[in-house]
Design a binder for this molecule. Structure first.
Ligand SMILES: [Cu+2]
Length: 465
């Protein structure tokens, strides 16, 4: 029973239980709900059995009992009818999902379980000696456009070129030409500020302060306290990002600014970052850069600079004992990779930059950032559902578990078949709200199709050998 341990959100837990029946429903076997109405061949047209959002297992059973006595003469294929009703119910549930309520500082009703992937997940949780704690929430409030696809023109220079060419904006970017023009103007202003601080001594002289921590694929943050009070201004970012000039990952704390000069190993500018604390913005998501690409995040339970000069996630007492700086919560933050020498294929607002040490193939960063609990079964696979797609290889051995973790900002389902040929009796996650997990495994080799009942374009196949 790994689902409850791994499920990062349980806003949907009851719904999942009701819709998927139990763990056994996650293998392609008849679900318990189906078994409750065992006479499948006389199963009724379930015209009145939408599974409401607050449906419980008990109510599902009641519905099954009720429908078992319904009319038995029908010309509609009962399997098909039940499937259509179920899909309609998911659409209703998804429409009722209150994203704003789920997002204000930290959502009510989440049960904490390790999982997610910083940079890709709405909610990320990690294990500490004191239990599992939330460590990251990502925005924006509306549909997420993370634009972390190397094939899309999402880097600073690509966006700039797209704007200047006047070419059609890819649908995936979900922005108008006016929004793109405004965004590029903001990024140009920001880039000019960054490039003017290419020499880290300039930043030191300008009042920036080093936190001495260089994070892999992210760099080190130099903060300017006086800019934090100003709120959002693309001409005056609160943070400049640097990394060791030799493209290595440091093993000790970095140098610092002393009397307006850098004391430490040579550094190179790599980008910028912003922070808007709650005192400035309250609990709202920032609406800062034009268009929908700026994906802000908040860190929780962060221990900065302990022992090895790295970020970690420790209970406050352990953090302080290790010489770290504990933050229960930081403000909304975002990176903006506007240094032309470190243009980011994963997008101008990506959490990670593959051109920053350790210099990486963009395609491997996703997996390297996955967070898994110690309860994650040995040998199990994970597929993050992100940007309206089921990611990963989706290749399994017979009996191997695959966990789908919804890290999008909206509910999805993992349902057998396709929109034109649904087979929800085989397996079906029910409504999978942001942060929730669903486990499947297969008893027979084969190629299994699955889709999202809410977004018919979301399709994938699992190959079982
Ligand atoms: Cu979906």
């Amino acid at each position: 029973m790994h689902k409850s341990l791994l499920g990062a959100a349980v806003v949907a837990a009851v719904t999942i239980a009701a819709c998927s029946g139990s763990d056994s429903a996650s293998t392609p076997q008849p679900s318990p709900a189906t078994e409750a109405a065992p006479a499948t061949d006389v199963a009724p047209v379930v015209t009145d059995a939408p599974v409401a959002a607050e449906t419980t297992v008990a109510e599902t059973t009641t519905i099954s009992e009720t429908t078992a006595t319904a009319e038995t003469t029908t010309t509609i294929d009962p399997d098909e009818a039940r499937t259509i009703e179920q899909i309609n119910a998911y659409v209703d549930q998804a429409a009722a999902f209150d994203q704003a309520a789920a997002d204000a500082q930290f959502p009510d009703g989440l049960s904490f379980a390790a999982g997610g992937a910083p940079g890709y997940s709405r909610y990320v949780f990690r294990e500490t000696s004191a239990g599992v704690v939330p460590t990251l929430v990502e925005g924006p409030l509306d549909a997420t456009v993370r634009c972390q696809d190397v094939a899309l023109p999402c880097s600073y220079l690509e966006l700039k070129e797209l704007h200047e060419s006047g070419a059609a904006i890819p649908d995936e970017l979900a922005m108008t030409a006016d929004e793109l023009a405004e965004l590029v103007a903001q990024l140009d202003e920001l880039s000019a500020f960054a490039v003017a601080h290419a020499d880290i001594d300039t930043a030191c002289a300008d009042g920036f302060v080093s936190d001495r921590i260089q994070t892999p694929n992210m760099g080190t943050h130099l903060y300017k306290g006086s800019s934090i009070a100003n709120g959002f201004d693309p001409g005056e970012p609160e943070i400049l990002l640097y990394a060791l000039a030799d493209d290595t990952v440091p093993t000790d704390p970095l140098g610092q600014c002393v009397d307006g000069s850098w004391t430490g190993e040579p550094m190179q500018l790599i980008g910028t970052s912003f922070i808007i604390p709650p005192q400035i913005i309250g609990n709202d998501h920032p609406d800062a850069f034009a268009g929908p690409l700026d994906n802000w995040h908040i860190h929780y339970n962060l221990c900065r600079g302990a022992s090895e000069g790295r970020d970690s996630f420790l209970p406050i007492a352990e953090c302080q004992a290790a010489g770290g700086n504990f933050s229960a919560s930081l403000g909304w933050m975002i990176h903006a990779w506007v240094d032309p020498a470190h243009d980011n294929d994963l997008g101008v607002f990506s959490m990670w930059n593959p051109t920053v040490a350790p210099i990486s193939d963009p395609s491997i960063i996703f997996e390297s950032r996955e967070v898994r609990g110690t309860d994650f079964p040995d040998g199990a696979e994970q597929s993050l559902i992100t940007d309206f797609a089921y990611s990963g290889d989706l290749q399994l051995s017979v009996g191997q578990s695959l966990f789908f973790n919804n890290v999008d900002a909206v509910p999805h389902t993992v349902s057998a078949g396709s929109f034109d040929d649904p087979m929800l009796d085989e397996f079906d996650s029910g409504l999978l709200e942001p942060g929730s997990n669903f486990e499947v495994s297969f008893d027979e080799p084969g190629v299994y199709s699955l889709f999202c009942t809410l977004h018919p374009d979301m399709q994938a196949t699992v190959t079982v050998e």
